[in-house]
Design a binder for this molecule. Structure first.
Ligand SMILES: [Zn+2]
Length: 347
């Protein structure tokens, strides 16, 4: 009996301790990793981050396909008052989704206006079971780049299991086109002749596409597959603003022919200007290049041409840092898919 009593008492103590812990200020429970502390020297900002992480835990989500919850929050100061705003991911039917960070920033705009999104949002915080190294998808990078003070935006991940908090700079997920290394026709993984054909093909593609709303940055792209075929596409806009990107377009054509492995893609813009490659389009390229990796082939070379004989060259692995693809989540499914979708033998 005394032993049982002791156990009961210990349990009671444990329960009291748990209740006490849960009523502690959240700042005591979340803890920045040592590398993150330098990025957030401001105590008030730390408190906002911890408050946002507490709130993000209850952000509503509906990931009916992946079952991967993205729970996001920020705390922003508007008219000297702090406000918590939440965002969560939703998935629907064909694998399509509204993502957590885009949902969050849209809510900020809805509640406090576009200027608040641009100037008052200092961080996007995610409450996660486990904090990995992946950044946002390409589309969410485009959105955060467009609507926030992205050069100073912080990305926060609070890990549920141990309440450690990892902070990084959103800018670490970006690589501007002028940072792509300069290249010459002799320095690439394709021959000068192949480069000339791809540049010509992309230039012709750019004469098409749909530009009823596009006022700048119209581009064309051409890709060469390991089977020797060239696929090309130009950007296309529409009234719903569901822009179709050129790299995604040509990759879809290649995939339709079960020609899944590309050697190189050339992108051209207006003559005399370097083309911009949206992060969403980089995501399509990265996903496709991960097929190459799976098959033991070299990554896709991404080559920009300015139309005046100058080139820059990189890879999707380099221009989309901290990216994720199906290869991360479903490696065996990707292996099986590529095996069962081998291209038919040439006639
Ligand atoms: Zn996203």
């Amino acid at each position: 009996m005394p032993r049982l009593l002791t156990s009961i008492l210990l349990c009671a103590v444990a329960i009291v301790a748990a209740v006490a812990a849960s009523t502690q200020p959240s700042a005591d429970s979340w803890r920045l990793t040592s590398e993150s502390e330098a990025l957030v020297p401001d105590a008030a900002l730390r408190a906002q981050i911890f408050r946002a992480l507490d709130a993000a835990e209850s952000a509503g989500t509906d990931p009916s396909i992946s079952h991967f919850k993205v729970r996001a929050a920020t705390v922003l100061t508007v008219n000297k008052e702090d406000h918590v705003v939440l965002g969560g991911n939703t998935e629907y039917e064909l694998p399509e989704a509204i993502h957590g960070e885009s949902s969050l920033l849209n809510h900020v705009t809805t509640l406090y206006g576009a200027d608040a999104a641009r100037h008052a949002v200092r961080f996007v915080a995610f409450f996660s079971q486990r904090c990995g190294v992946s950044g946002s998808c390409g589309d969410c990078r485009d959105y955060q780049h467009a609507v926030t003070d992205y050069a100073h935006l912080l990305i926060v991940c609070g890990q549920a299991s141990d309440h450690t908090v990892r902070v990084t700079r959103f800018a670490d997920q970006l690589v501007d086109e002028d940072k792509f290394p300069a290249a010459t026709p002799d320095s690439l993984s394709i021959t000068p002749g192949e480069l000339a054909r791809l540049t010509q093909s992309a230039t012709e593609a750019r004469m098409g596409g749909v530009t009823l709303f596009t006022t700048s940055r119209h581009t064309g792209a051409a890709g060469l597959s390991f089977s020797g075929k060239i696929y090309r596409a130009a950007g296309g806009d529409d009234a719903a603003f569901h822009y179709r990107f050129p790299i995604g377009g040509l990759l879809q054509q290649a995939a339709t022919e079960r020609d899944y492995f590309l050697r190189a893609i050339v992108v051209v813009g207006e003559k005399g200007q370097w083309p911009v490659v949206n992060y969403r389009d980089r995501q399509y390229g990265f996903e496709s290049s991960s097929f190459n990796h799976e098959a033991g082939k070299s990554p896709i070379a991404l080559i920009l041409a300015d139309g005046l004989g100058h080139y820059r060259a990189t890879t999707f692995e380099s221009d989309l840092p901290h990216a994720f693809s199906t290869a991360n989540f479903m490696p065996q499914a990707l292996k099986d898919f590529l095996k069962s979708h081998a291209a038919p033998a040439p006639q």
